[in-house]
Design a protein around this ligand. Structure first.
Ligand code: HEC
Length: 156
């Protein structure tokens, strides 16, 4: 009896420390990233374009440093981490969950740019498989241009 009581107290203490009731804790894993330490509402987590960009941001940092060092495996890993992100953005554009902050009506141009950008990523992947570092660096520079050009047109 005492043991059960102690376990119960322990359990609720844990819950208190964790700071959320049990029914939320199951959903917590997916939400944690966005809910914690932020008073902002959820849209950032449900906007596939922002998700794509966040992934692209992290991947591109890895690509830059790995390309500079000739670390082909790291470049490939970064490219693979982006798998599916563009498709989700496209679906979001169709469903209306993604709206462009600037030049919102030019969706066709945006989709083409995004597709071109991902074609460049494929080209980088091929250069990586050939272990052609010169080509890797050339494409990495073009990718950076791609980020900036698209932001100039579609990002506020
Ligand atoms: C095809 C167009 C396009 C390309 C290419 C592109 N971006 Fe973006 N990016 C956008 C748009 C549009 C936004 C603004 C989204 C919004 O605020 O709703 C954005 C926003 C961002 C953000 C801010 C996300 C946030 O939390 O507000 C980051 C970071 C980012 N991009 C990084 C990059 C990097 C790094 C690259 C290149 C490796 C890149 N982007 C390439 C269109 C693009």
């Amino acid at each position: 009896m005492k043991r059960i009581l102690r376990k119960t107290v322990y359990f609720f203490t844990l819950l208190l420390i964790a700071g959320f009731p049990p029914e939320i804790s199951s959903a917590h894993n997916e939400q944690q990233h966005h809910v914690h330490g932020s008073t902002q509402p959820a849209p950032a987590s449900t906007n596939p374009l922002i998700e794509e960009m966040t992934a692209l941001d992290a991947a591109f940092r890895d690509i830059v440093s790995a390309a500079a060092l000739g670390d082909t495996e790291k470049v490939q890993g970064a490219i693979e981490s982006l798998h599916g992100a563009m498709e989700k953005t496209r679906e979001g554009m169709r469903a209306g969950t993604v709206t462009l902050p600037k030049n919102a009506a030019r969706t066709k141009e945006f989709t083409e740019r995004d597709a071109k950008f991902h074609e460049k990523l494929d080209a980088l992947d091929r250069a990586t498989r050939r272990k052609n570092q010169r080509e890797m660096l050339r494409i990495t520079k073009q990718l950076l241009d791609g980020c900036v050009q698209c932001h100039q047109t579609f990002r506020k």
